[in-house]
Write a protein that binds this ligand. Structure first.
Ligand SMILES: [Zn+2]
Length: 220
């Protein structure tokens, strides 16, 4: 063997070990960038869109906290919880190239609402889905009921905007892929929950997805 070949083999082995170590440590910034293998069965696949990631910051608070970073904390935790239940999960960017024709058993896009002090009513979450998709509607029903129960937040239907009902990814994923978008709460009044307790937010979302995947009734 030539010396060059030995060095190449050695470098590949080290590279492989680094990837394996990163997966085992479950570092979110490493895991988030990984794609599922193309042959991963669709019924075990779940896509989580980390709102604004790779595009912009989303809402920004006076102290510099951004919606994009809060969404990412939630997205990576949801992914971990679903993986612990045996699902194959990938965290996607807001305008991820993989979204075109994307097939999975569920897709959830995670966003949060404004960090501006609006009024005393600017608290609560909301969920939207593509109106023509029956499975998306069921996913939204599960997510709404389970998220409300876990977090104690109310449903803030008055602030559902066209950005939500005509969300760009609804038209990108494959038509049979159930997809919803959730605004987890308002970054100003609901900050205590969203920032201090991301594990509760993630649990509420993961429980909603599992309710749908297991074909449970939202209220049980
Ligand atoms: Zn957003």
């Amino acid at each position: 063997m030539t010396r060059g070949l030995i060095i190449l083999i050695f470098a590949l082995a080290i590279g492989g070990l680094v990837v394996i170590a990163a997966r085992n440590l479950d570092l979110p910034w490493v895991i988030a960038g990984l794609s599922l293998p193309a042959d991963a069965p669709i019924e075990r696949r779940v896509g989580i869109i980390s709102g604004h990631r790779g595009h912009d910051s989303g809402a920004v608070c006076d102290d510099g906290l951004t919606e994009a970073e809060v969404n990412f904390w939630h997205a990576t935790r949801v992914a971990d919880l679903l993986r612990a239940n045996g699902y194959l999960v990938e965290v996607l960017d807001e305008y991820d190239a993989r979204l075109k024709g994307y097939r999975a058993s569920a897709v959830v896009s995670i966003h949060a609402d404004s960090c501006v002090r609006l009024n005393a009513q600017a608290t609560g979450f909301k969920v939207a889905y593509p109106a023509a998709s029956e499975p998306s509607k069921r996913l939204a029903g599960c997510l709404t009921a389970r998220y409300a129960r876990r977090t104690g937040l109310g449903f803030h239907s008055r602030s559902i905007t066209r950005d939500m009902t005509a969300y760009h990814a609804f038209a990108k994923v494959a038509p049979q892929t159930p997809i919803v978008i959730i605004e987890t709460g308002f970054l100003f009044l609901d900050r205590q929950l969203l920032v201090r307790h991301p594990e509760i937010v993630a649990q509420g979302i993961a429980e909603g997805v599992l309710c749908f995947l297991r074909d449970e009734s939202p209220e049980t």
